[in-house]
Design a protein around this ligand. Structure first.
Ligand code: ZN
Length: 400
C-alpha cells in the first residue's frame, strides 16, 4: 500500500477512536408533573442511543444510554409527582443508566430523542409517563420481555471479556480486592453524606498499595474507579485471575444509629444471626439496585451454597476470616461476635476463599468519621496486610 494511503487510513482509524471515546454529556434534567402524569426531559450535547425497559417491585423505568457524563446538579433529579426516586450513573463497559422509580403502576406514553431547535444545540430525551393500573403495567412488562432478554444477553456477553488471561503456572499468592458497589449502585449512604462506593474504593486502593509494597503478592482489583460491576462478575473475575483470596470491602448502614464496628463475614447457607442475614440481603440487592434482572437465580444460589460449604475453599475462607478478626481487633472497633456468616452472593466462588469485610457502619456518625480518617484507614490496612501475610504462608504451606 502506498505510504500516503496507509497514513490516511491511520488518520481515519485514529479519528474514529477519538470519536468513540468522546462521552455524551447530559447537561440538564427537568421533571415536571403530578401524581397522574409526569414528563422527564434530559438534555444532551450529542444524540444518545437510548434503550429502555420496565421492572416491577418497585415499579421502575430503566433507560440505558451510551457512557454519559451526568453534569446537571443533583437537585434536578429530585422526585416529583409520580416519580419517587431518580438514580443515574455508570454501568461499566461504556454504558450508563437512568432508573426512575414510581410510586405505583404506570404506562410509558412515549420515549423520544429529538434534536433541539436551531438556536439551542444538542438533543433532548423526552419521557412521558402516566399513572396506570396494575393489569396494564403487567401487560406492558410481558410485551417488554423480548427487549429485556436482549439486554440480558448483552450483559451475559459482557462477561466474556473476562475470559481472557489465564493464570501463569508458577504464580505468586494472588489476592483480589473487591471494593463494594460502584457506578449507578452507590451502596449505603452516611448521615453526613459519605457514599459507601467512595469509601470502599478509597480503602481498596490504599490496601492494594500496601499489599504491593510488601513485594509478596500479585494484587488485582475488581474495579479501580467508579464502575458498576455485577456481583457474579466480581466472582468470575477472582476465578479468572486464579485468585488465592477474594476480599470484598463494604461499609453498611442500618436503622440502629448506635450500632457500630467492623464485621468479618464468610459464606453460609444459614445465617449466623438475624443481623448477618439482613446484611446479606442488603448487599445482595446491589444488582437489583442497578436495575438488573436477577429473577430465577435464588434457587441456583441456594444449591451452590449447599455444595460449597462442604469444600476445602470454605475452610480456607474461615481460616482467613479468623486471622482477619484477630489482627483487626487489635486497633479497630469490632461488633460483638465479629465473625459472622450469611448467604452473600459475592462470596460464592467455589475455588477462591472469599471473605467480606464490613469496615463499619455509615449509619453511625463515629464510624463514618473513622472511615473518612486517613490515619484510621492506614492502621486498618496495616492489620489486614498482616492477616493476608499469615494466611498466605499457611495456605502455601498447606499446598493450596
Ligand atoms: Zn455494601
Amino acid at each position: 500500500m502506498p505510504c500516503f494511503l496507509a497514513a490516511l487510513l491511520f488518520l481515519l482509524i485514529s479519528a474514529q477512536i477519538v470519536f468513540a471515546q468522546a462521552l455524551i454529556e447530559a447537561r440538564e434534567m427537568r421533571i415536571a408533573g403530578d401524581a397522574a402524569r409526569v414528563r422527564l426531559l434530559l438534555h444532551f450535547d450529542q444524540k444518545p442511543e437510548a434503550d429502555w425497559f420496565l421492572l416491577r417491585s418497585p415499579h421502575r423505568l430503566v433507560i440505558d444510554l451510551p457512557e454519559t457524563r451526568f453534569l446537571f446538579p443533583t437537585d434536578q433529579a429530585s422526585p416529583r409527582g409520580l416519580v419517587g426516586e431518580v438514580r443515574y450513573g455508570q454501568l461499566g463497559e461504556g454504558r450508563s443508566r437512568v432508573i426512575l422509580s414510581f410510586s405505583g403502576p404506570f404506562a410509558v406514553e412515549a420515549i423520544d430523542v429529538m434534536a433541539n431547535s436551531e438556536e439551542a444545540e444538542g438533543y433532548r430525551l423526552v419521557v412521558d409517563v402516566v399513572a396506570a393500573d396494575e393489569t396494564s403495567f403487567e401487560k406492558a412488562l410481558a410485551s417488554q420481555l423480548a427487549r429485556s432478554r436482549k439486554a440480558q444477553a448483552e450483559l451475559a456477553s459482557r462477561g466474556d471479556r473476562l475470559a481472557k488471561g489465564r493464570p501463569q503456572a508458577d504464580k505468586r499468592f494472588t489476592i483480589v480486592i473487591d471494593p463494594g458497589h460502584g457506578g449507578i449502585d452507590g451502596g449505603a449512604e452516611g448521615r453526613n453524606g459519605t457514599s459507601e462506593k467512595v469509601v470502599t474504593l478509597a480503602f481498596g486502593l490504599e490496601l492494594r498499595n500496601a499489599l504491593v509494597e510488601t513485594g509478596l503478592f500479585d494484587v488485582h482489583m475488581t474495579r479501580e474507579k467508579d464502575d458498576f460491576l455485577r456481583l457474579d462478575e466480581r466472582v468470575r473475575y477472582a476465578r479468572q485471575v486464579g485468585a488465592d483470596l477474594l476480599l470484598s470491602i463494604h461499609a453498611d448502614s442500618i436503622r440502629l444509629r448506635d450500632f457500630r464496628g467492623a464485621t468479618v463475614y464468610t459464606l453460609s447457607e444459614k445465617a449466623s444471626d438475624p443481623e448477618a442475614a439482613a446484611t446479606a440481603i442488603r448487599e445482595n440487592m446491589a444488582d437489583e439496585q442497578a436495575g438488573i434482572l436477577i429473577e430465577n437465580e435464588t434457587r441456583q444460589v441456594t444449591d451452590i451454597l449447599a455444595d460449597l460449604i462442604r469444600r476445602e475453599t470454605h475452610a480456607f475462607s474461615i481460616q482467613f476470616a479468623r486471622s482477619l478478626v484477630g489482627e483487626l481487633s487489635q486497633t479497630v472497633e469490632m461488633v460483638s461476635n465479629p465473625l459472622r456468616s450469611a448467604g452473600f452472593r459475592v462470596l460464592t466462588a467455589p475455588d477462591v476463599p472469599s471473605v467480606l469485610l464490613e469496615l463499619g457502619y455509615l449509619s453511625n456518625p463515629e464510624d463514618e468519621a473513622l472511615l473518612r480518617d486517613p490515619e484510621w484507614r492506614r492502621k486498618a490496612v496495616e492489620h489486614i496486610v498482616s492477616a493476608v501475610r499469615l494466611f498466605a504462608e499457611a495456605k502455601m504451606a498447606a499446598g493450596g
